[in-house]
Design a protein around this ligand. Structure first.
Ligand code: ZN
Ligand code: ZN
Length: 458
């Protein structure tokens, strides 16, 4: 059995930020990547992790889940280093394939529409190549990953979205746990994260910090929030308006669509049509295939329960749609310009009888955040190349349906695991500051920035 004097951890992205998550772990001769995402707020080559820090092909990469800030750069990595082996859970492998083909389409469109240099960073062929080397593994079954190297990996349920996993890496003499995005509480479809297998002692914990700066004392439970959300939707529908719920395609869309359907079935909401959109529907089909990975008491309605949203880039389609009350669950969750949620909002904000309800995290630089905080009459641009629109609509709110652990849950996860070393990642500056000051008493803590390498004594 080999022994190690030190372990090097390098941040290619996602250090000091919620960015292009990608971390390299170098343990003696073995080099692996944890996640390989694209930065949601950057374009072109800037959205990639700092691959220049890699001096050779990684022995393997692991993907925690299918959100593009964790997997969006895989085909680019595999273009630089062909036939790199990757590992993901069985549902995630399917989701990642779908998300990456979608990214190839979106980048191609952005190259044409906005002339973004370097786009597309990869095409469908590149995605196909990368996916041939992505191996799907079940949860809770240790496997080896590095030829000739005595180390094992294991996926543990992270409770964030379908297929999401924390990654447990057992090197002889040193155990590492990377949480990925994690949730401890039950959502509508997902159960919370699983406990670690018995007798595992984690030496080094790499933990996400998304909600480190979010005070939770004022927030109610997931269920309380469902009923506040229902009340707001009821108000809009009763006055003949349309409800728009901007949602991420993976996770939030499936959760929210089922919450709304349930509210209708319980008589809390009138039976108006519920619309969902392209990628959210494609991911929904994957949820349907892997229903055994959802919480056993959750009910996933058949996709046919939800109407398909038409071409919202056609103003006539939008006008027609807004004529009758309905509820629309549409990407993007943060209302990026030109996406279905932005195209709908562009018309909806001109009237006062509709409602726009955000259900996830809003980055301050996004259109969604600006709309949520807009003063009446403020002018915002929803479609690139189109003039700004004056916002008349006032019924715009945000509800907390987080798929991320709250800060007290993050603290509880750390207490339970009780690691010697903690590396805080995937959070903005305030979140990381709070985490470092308030959690992990007694552990050696690190908040590395992008480009930094830290050395952990084994
Ligand atoms: Zn995520
Ligand atoms: Zn994330």
């Amino acid at each position: 059995m080999e022994s190690y004097s030190s372990i090097n951890f390098s941040v290619l992205g996602g250090g000091g930020e919620v960015g292009a998550n990608c971390f390299q772990l170098a343990v003696n001769g073995c080099r692996i990547l944890l996640d390989c995402g694209t930065h949601p707020k950057k374009d072109g080559l800037d959205c990639l992790p700092s691959f220049d820090l890699l001096d050779r092909r990684p022995d393997a990469y692991f993907v925690s889940h299918g959100h593009v800030d964790h997997c969006g750069a895989i085909p680019y990595l595999c273009k630089q280093f062909p036939s790199t082996r990757g590992f993901a859970t069985i549902p995630s492998a399917r989701i990642i394939d779908r998300m990456l083909h979608n990214s190839a389409v979106v980048m191609d469109m952005l190259a044409k529409e906005r002339g973004i240099a370097d786009y597309p960073l990869y095409d469908h062929f590149d995605v196909g190549h990368a996916m041939r080397f992505l191996e799907a593994r079940p949860f809770s079954e240790p496997f080896t990953f590095c030829e000739g190297f005595d180390a094992q990996a294991e996926f543990i349920h992270a409770g964030h979205v379908l297929g999401s996993a924390s990654i447990l890496l057992r090197f002889p003499g040193h155990t590492v746990l990377y949480t990925g995005d994690i949730s401890r509480t039950r959502q509508f479809l997902m159960g919370g994260c699983s406990r670690l297998p018995g007798k595992v002692h984690v030496d080094t914990l790499i933990i996400e910090s998304t909600l480190g700066a979010t005070e939770e004392e004022t927030a109610g439970s997931y269920n309380d929030e469902v009923y506040r959300f229902a009340e707001a939707m009821r108000r809009v529908l009763h006055r003949g308006g349309t409800v728009l719920v901007p949602s991420f395609a993976l996770g939030r869309t499936q959760e929210i669509a089922n919450i709304i359907a349930q509210l209708q079935e319980e008589g809390e909401l009138p039976f108006t049509p519920i619309y969902t959109v392209g990628l959210g529907r494609a991911v929904y089909e994957i949820y349907d295939k892997f229903i055994e990975y959802l919480h056993p008491h959750s009910t996933l309605r058949p996709l046919s329960r939800f109407e398909r949203l038409g071409n919202v880039w056609d103003p006539a389609v939008v006008q027609n749609l807004l004529r009758r009350p309905s509820i629309i669950v549409a990407t993007s969750g943060m209302m990026t310009e030109n996406t279905p949620s932005a195209m709908l909002a562009q018309t909806m904000v001109k009237s006062s009888h509709h409602g726009i309800f955000f259900v996830g995290y809003l980055d301050p630089d996004t259109l969604g955040y600006k709309l949520l905080h807009a003063k009446p009459g403020a002018a915002l641009q929803f479609e690139l190349g189109a003039p700004p629109v004056n916002v008349v609509l006032e019924d715009i709110a945000q509800y907390r349906f987080s798929a991320h652990a709250s800060r007290s849950d993050l603290a509880a996860i750390i207490d339970r695991i009780h690691p010697r070393n903690i590396i805080y990642v995937h959070g903005d500056e305030d979140a990381l500051d709070w985490m470092r000051s308030n959690t992990g008493n007694g552990a050696t803590s690190f908040v590395p920035a992008v480009g930094q390498t830290i050395t952990i004594e084994a």
